[in-house]
Design a protein around this ligand. Structure first.
Ligand code: AMP
Length: 287
């Protein structure tokens, strides 16, 4: 495995790979790798060809006053972990390589980025779709793998790929959780032990919502209220949003008659945590 930090070098490398008729899979990340990232890499590995993982803490997706500087970084450890996961190439450019002075072009996906996280983080998705589009142009993957943990991001990227006719298959992978249910995230590092315990209210509330849904409840408001009460019972939590939307286009819904996503964002201590669960009336509940 080797690490490439220059755009030019990456472009020369992918030209060579493509000349050998090999497929390229890309897993974009901001590093500080955890088992959630590794599940994406395993899927990339399973699909064969050359597996590229990008590690880039993208400044344009952080708003003023957000945690860009504080975001956890550990390149040395990431290189070992990625190598063990079967990554062939790490693309880890410095910010000036991706955004040289004079940079002024952005990719904006409109409607699906406006609700949910788009309300409290108005420029976030513009930064995400811009950097992902740039990564797609540089790495030219056949397939790119993303987590459903960032559900709105995945919907926005699918929309961008469709709208801009990018010849890339987008694969979404299920949320990888800690044993007790907390969705894995690099930002979990911000949590003190009491906050870590408090954060469990998020996944617990989603499990309750799922149980309610599985028992036949289809009214979004009732399910959201259950989630709200359950999270608010934890004094350290500050809810940003609780929302039930159509899972494919993120349009608001009242009655759950089609595959829906229940998405939440909750602040605990310094961490803003997001999580979600799929509520799909066409799937029989296991219980
Ligand atoms: P990040 O480094 O947080 O930007 O995440 C990089 C990719 O990993 C994104 O596609 C995320 O959705 C995905 N990801 C992050 N956490 C998880 C998780 N717990 N389970 C599955 N995918 C995840």
């Amino acid at each position: 495995m080797h690490t490439v930090s220059s755009v030019k070098e990456m472009q020369v490398l992918v030209q060579k790979i493509r000349a050998q008729d090999k497929r390229i899979a890309l897993v974009p990340t901001m590093g500080f790798l955890h088992p959630g990232h590794l599940s994406l890499m395993r899927e990339g590995r399973r699909r064969g060809g050359v597996l590229v993982a990008s590690i880039f803490v993208n400044p344009t997706q952080f708003g003023a006053g957000e945690d860009f500087e504080a975001y956890p970084r550990d390149m040395e450890r990431d290189q070992k972990v990625a190598h063990a996961a079967g990554v062939d190439v790490i693309f880890a450019p410095p910010a000036a390589e991706m955004y040289p002075s004079g940079y002024q072009t952005y990719v904006t996906v409109e409607r699906v980025t406006q609700g949910l996280c788009g309300i409290s983080r108005p420029d976030h998705f513009k930064g995400v779709t811009t950097v992902v589009c740039k990564l797609f142009n540089i790495v030219t993957p056949h397939v790119a793998i993303f987590g459903e943990k960032d559900f709105q991001q995945l919907v926005a990227i699918r929309q961008m790929v469709a709208d801009l006719n990018l010849p890339i298959e987008i694969v979404g992978m299920p949320i990888y959780r800690e044993e007790d249910g907390l969705a894995m995230s690099s930002r979990n590092k911000y949590l003190t032990p009491p906050e870590r315990r408090a954060a469990l209210c998020i996944s617990t509330s989603l499990k309750r919502a799922k149980a309610l849904f599985d028992s036949g409840e289809r009214e979004g408001k009732k399910i959201s209220r259950e989630v709200k009460n359950s999270i608010e019972a934890e004094p350290m939590s500050r809810i940003d949003y609780i929302k039930i939307c159509n899972a494919s286009d993120l349009k608001d819904i009242d009655q759950i008659t089609q595959r829906a996503v229940l998405a939440v964002a909750v602040n605990i201590g310094k961490a803003r945590l997001i999580d979600n669960i799929i509520l799909d009336p066409s799937v029989e509940s296991a219980g």
